[in-house]
Write a protein that binds this ligand. Structure first.
Ligand code: SAH
Length: 224
């Protein structure tokens, strides 16, 4: 799977993909993440990527030509399944969307800045708009990193223990059960006995019960 992320601040996207699971996915050749500097596609002398809003008002708007040039170049090289714009007014990211995206092959992600991007970029090029929650960030880079992380960890072969993604919260209708590791007793705080019993069926039952309890308490909306 390949992601092409178009950004005016590509350095913001270096670290999130250079460690742990995302780094391993790239080293194994399962995921390719390419970040493009939007400024490289600016055609005017000042290399500007934004301009004043028509109709007046505060904030700068990212203009069409640099985005169009970058998207068109990418599309001339391969076919893309989605062109995603990160935007607070898009559909809110959830596990279902991450699952859907994880079976795609090539995805372009556009990161906005300032007041946003020219509406015509959205009308002409964008196939899907995704928000990471009801709050406004200063740029689309952190949201893009969130989407890529949520999606790449689902691709088979990325996680070492493949079943571990399946038992995560939101993968089914239940949240994850509480997790424990050594020591079994920390200053009198003991790990539940059943987890030390070695009895697999009992442990599975306990985990299911705990996951159910936690879901009822915290997210009853998930239990349809
Ligand atoms: N004026 C816009 C916000 C612009 S914030 C509005 O009110 O909707 C600048 C950029 O940051 C956006 O274009 C988008 O790419 C990104 N961004 C900010 N908050 C986001 C969020 N919650 N989810 C996804 N992208 C976001």
């Amino acid at each position: 799977m390949r992601f092409d992320i178009i950004s005016v601040l590509p350095d913001l996207l270096t670290s999130p993909f250079a460690h742990s699971i995302l780094q391993r996915a790239q080293k194994k050749g399962i995921a390719e993440i390419v970040v493009h500097n939007l400024r490289d596609y600016a055609t005017n002398k000042q290399k500007s990527v934004d301009d004043y809003p028509y109709g007046g008002g505060s904030g700068m708007i990212m203009s069409i030509p640099p985005f169009a040039a970058c998207i068109e170049k990418l599309k001339s090289e391969r076919d893309y399944d989605e062109v995603i714009f990160m935007s607070p007014d898009g559909e809110t990211l959830n596990q279902t969307i991450a699952n859907q995206l994880s079976i795609k092959k090539n995805i372009i992600i556009l990161c906005g800045h300032y007041k946003g991007i020219d509406q015509r970029i959205r009308d002409i090029f964008v196939t899907r708009e995704i928000s990471i929650g009801d709050y406004v960030l200063s740029g689309g880079e952190l949201p893009a990193a969130v989407v890529v992380d949520a999606v790449v960890r689902l691709i088979p072969g990325v996680l070492n223990d493949e079943t571990s993604a399946l038992s995560d919260s939101f993968q089914g209708e239940l949240l994850d059960a509480p997790n424990y590791t050594r020591p079994a007793d920390w200053q009198g705080h003991r790990v539940p006995d059943v987890l030390l019993s070695g009895h697999e069926a009992k442990i599975n039952d306990w985990r299911h019960e705990e996951a159910l309890k936690r879901t009822q308490e915290r997210r009853p909306d998930l239990l349809k």
